[in-house]
Design a binder for this molecule. Structure first.
Ligand code: PLP
Ligand code: NAG
Ligand code: NAG
Length: 541
C-alpha cells in the first residue's frame, strides 16, 4: 500500500514537471529578464530528483517484471484477464456452481455417503477404557492391514513398521508419554536427546563447529524456520520484502513459508537439458537486490534429482546471499549412500551438504529415511547468527522472559526420545545398509519401468524417487489405473509424470508392480480414450 502511494506520488511529480515548464515558457518574457540559466538549472535538478525518486519507487515493480520475464508477464496478464472475465455476473454463477459440484464429488470420494457412526458431540459420560481401546483397535485394524504389510499403500511411511525396532519405539514412547520439553529442568533427559539428535544430524551433513540447529516437528517447520531466518537477515539489510529463488520442482512447503512470512518467491523453471536440476546458470539471471536466499533440493520430490548445489554455493557466496538445501526427503539416505561398500564409483551428483562452503542451512527429516515416527526433523545452520534470527524473546508479558526454540511452545518428549532411540539403534553401519537397500530397490524399479513399452524413466533420478513419463499414454490415466489396483502414488506436472517414492518395503512387491504397470498400459492400448480419475488425476497431499 505504502509502496503504491509512493509510486503514485512520484509519477504525479514527474507529470507536473512539463506543466511547470509550460507555464514558465508561456511567460517567457519574465524569464528572459532573469538569467535563463538559473531556471534551467532549477528545472534540471527537479527533473533529476523526480526521475530518481520514480526509479526508486518503481524498483519493486521493475524487479517483479524482471523476475517473471516476458512469458511470466504474459501469463500474469492472461491470468488477471481470466479472473476479470470470471468476475462477470453470469460467468461467476456458472463457475461457482461448477466448483460446488466438483467439491461435492471430491467430498464424496473422501467421505463416501457420510459416516453414520460419527460422534459429532462429546458424550456426556466418559466411556470405559476397554470400550475405547476396542473401538480404536477395530478402526485401525483395516488401515494397518493396508500399510503395514503392503507397500502399495506407501502413505509416506518410509520404513517397514514391524519387528524389534517397533517394539523399542513403542516402549520409549510409553516411557515418555508424559513429558514436556518446555520444562527442561524437569525433563533434562529429553533435552539431552534433543541436543544429541541435532548434533548427529549436523555431523551426518558434514557440519563442523560452530554449526548448530533446531529440532522441529517436520520438514515443513524446518523449512519455515530457515525462511524466517533469511527474512530477518534481509530485513536487517534494509530489504522490506526479501525474496527467495527456488526451482519449480521445489516442495510446496517453501511456498507456504513465503506466504506465512510475507516474502517474495520466484520459481525458476528447471533445465530439462540439465536433467531437471536447478543450475547456477539459470539462477544467475534472477539475482536482484531483494534476493536473500537460493533454495535447492537434495533431491526434489517430483523427480528425485539433486540440484547443482556446489555451483549454486559458489554463486551464493559471490553474491553474498544464503543457500538453503532441502534435504528433507533425501536426509540420511544421501548421506549414507556415499559410504555404501559396493558403490565405490562416485555418484554423478554434486556435493550437497556443508562440504559446500556456500550452503548456509539444511533441512533434514529424521521421520522419513531416518526410520523414526512422524514428528521429527532438524534444521541445521552453518552460522549460529542465522539460528538466532528465528528466536522471538518476549520480556514484556507477565512471565518474565519467555523464549522457546522453533515455532512450537510446549512439546511432548515421546517423539523425540523415540527418534533418539531409533537413530542410536541404527548407528552408521545400520544406516549405510539401509541406504544400500533403498538404493538397490530404486534401481530395480527403474529397470522395471524402462522395460514397459511406451513408458520411460523421465530423467536421471539420483535417489529414492522414480519419475515415470510417457510419450504414448496419458500418464495420469496410467496413475489412476494403478491407483485402482491399490497403489499409492503421486503425480507431477510440466512435464506430466507419475512418481513412485521408494520405501524399505518396495522390494517385496516389485513383481506385482511390473504386472500392474503392464496391465495398465495394455488396458490403455485397448481403451485409448480412458480418462484418468480419482486422486491420481493430480494430487500429492
Ligand atoms: C517431505 C518433504 C518436505 C516436507 O516435510 P514434511 O515432513 O512433510 O513437513 C519438504 N521437502 C521435501 C523435498 C520433502 O520430500
Ligand atoms: C507414562 O508416563 C507415566 C509418568 O511418567 C509413567 O508412570 C507411566 O509408566 C508411563 N506409561 C508407560 C506405558 O510407560
Ligand atoms: C527400519 O525399521 C524397520 C521396522 O522395525 C525394520 O524392520 C527395518 O529393518 C529398519 N530398517 C533398517 C535398515 O534396519
Amino acid at each position: 500500500m505504502a509502496a503504491d502511494a509512493r509510486v503514485l506520488a512520484c509519477v504525479l511529480m514527474t507529470l507536473v514537471l512539463p506543466l511547470r515548464a509550460h507555464k514558465r515558457l508561456s511567460s517567457i518574457q519574465v524569464f528572459m529578464q532573469q538569467p535563463f540559466g538559473s531556471w534551467l538549472r532549477l528545472n534540471t535538478a527537479w527533473n533529476v530528483l523526480c526521475v530518481a525518486l520514480s526509479v526508486l519507487a518503481c524498483r519493486g515493480w521493475g524487479i517483479e517484471m524482471w523476475q517473471r520475464g516476458l512469458r511470466g508477464m504474459v501469463a500474469l496478464i492472461g491470468r488477471e484477464g481470466l479472473r476479470a472475465v470470471c468476475a462477470l455476473p453470469y460467468i461467476r454463477s456458472v463457475v461457482r456452481s461448477e466448483v460446488a459440484k466438483e467439491l461435492k464429488s471430491i467430498e464424496k470420494s473422501i467421505h463416501g455417503e457420510g459416516d453414520p457412526t460419527a460422534l459429532l458431540m462429546l458424550p456426556r459420560e466418559g466411556l470405559p477404557c476397554t470400550r475405547i481401546l476396542e473401538r480404536i483397535q477395530e478402526a485401525n485394524a483395516a488401515e494397518s492391514a493396508e500399510y503395514v504389510g503392503v507397500a502399495k499403500k506407501w502413505a509416506g511411511i518410509y520404513h517397514a513398521p514391524v519387528g524389534e525396532l517397533v517394539d523399542l519405539q513403542n516402549k520409549v514412547w510409553g516411557i515418555y508419554n508424559c513429558s514436556n520439553t518446555l520444562y527442561e529442568g524437569v525433563f533434562p533427559s529429553v533435552r539431552k536427546y534433543e541436543a544429541e539428535l541435532v548434533s548427529w544430524a549436523i555431523h551426518m551433513l558434514s557440519g563442523r563447529s560452530p554449526a548448530c540447529g533446531l529440532l522441529t516437528s517436520g520438514g515443513t517447520e524446518s523449512v519455515m524456520l530457515a525462511a524466517l531466518s533469511y527474512r530477518e537477515l534481509g530485513r536487517s539489510r534494509g530489504i522490506t520484502t526479501p525474496r527467495i529463488l527456488a526451482a519449480n520442482t521445489c516442495h510446496p512447503c517453501i511456498v507456504k513459508a513465503c506466504h506465512y512470512f510475507g516474502m517474495a518467491l520466484t520459481k525458476i523453471p528447471v533445465d530439462e537439458s540439465a536433467g531437471f536440476a536447478l543450475t547456477a546458470k539459470r539462477v544467475r539471471r534472477y539475482i536482484t537486490g531483494d534476493v536473500v536466499c537460493i533454495y535447492a533440493s537434495a533431491p526434489t520430490f517430483p523427480h528425485g534429482v539433486v540440484d547443482h548445489v556446489s555451483d549454486l554455493g559458489n554463486l551464493a557466496t559471490s553474491k553474498g546471499i544464503g543457500l538453503h538445501v532441502d534435504n528433507c526427503l533425501g536426509g540420511v539416505l544421501l548421506s549414507y549412500m556415499e559410504c555404501m561398500e559396493d558403490m565405490k564409483e562416485p555418484f554423478d551428483f554434486q556435493a550437497w551438504d556443508f562440504r559446500v562452503p556456500g550452503v548456509s542451512s539444511i533441512s533434514v527429516d529424521i521421520h522419513k529415511y531416518g526410520n523414526a515416527s512422524k514428528g521429527v526433523s532438524v534444521i541445521a545452520f552453518r552460522d549460529p547468527g542465522l539460528r538466532r534470527m528465528t528466536y522471538v524473546p518476549v520480556t514484556d508479558g507477565c512471565e518474565g522472559l519467555y523464549v522457546t526454540p522453533t515455532m512450537q511452545g510446549a512439546r511432548g518428549g515421546a517423539v523425540i526420545a523415540q527418534a533418539w532411540a531409533t537413530m542410536l539403534s541404527f548407528g552408521h553401519v545400520g544406516y549405510a545398509k539401509f541406504a544400500a537397500h533403498v538404493h538397490q530397490t530404486h534401481m530395480l524399479y527403474q529397470k522395471v519401468v524402462s522395460k514397459v513399452p511406451g513408458l520411460y524413466v523421465l530423467c536421471k533420478c539420483h535417489a529414492c524417487i522414480v519419475p515415470v513419463g510417457s510419450k504414448k499414454y496419458n500418464i495420469y490415466a496410467v496413475a489412476s489405473l494403478l491407483e485402482e489396483k491399490g497403489w499409492n502414488l503421486a503425480t507431477g506436472q510440466s512435464p506430466p509424470c507419475l512418481t513412485i517414492c521408494i520405501g524399505e518395503r518396495h522390494d517385496r512387491i516389485v513383481d506385482v508392480f511390473e504386472q500392474d504397470l503392464r496391465a495398465a498400459v495394455e488396458f490403455l492400448d485397448a481403451n485409448p480414450s480412458h480418462k484418468p480419475s480419482g486422486a491420481a488425476a493430480a494430487r500429492y497431499g
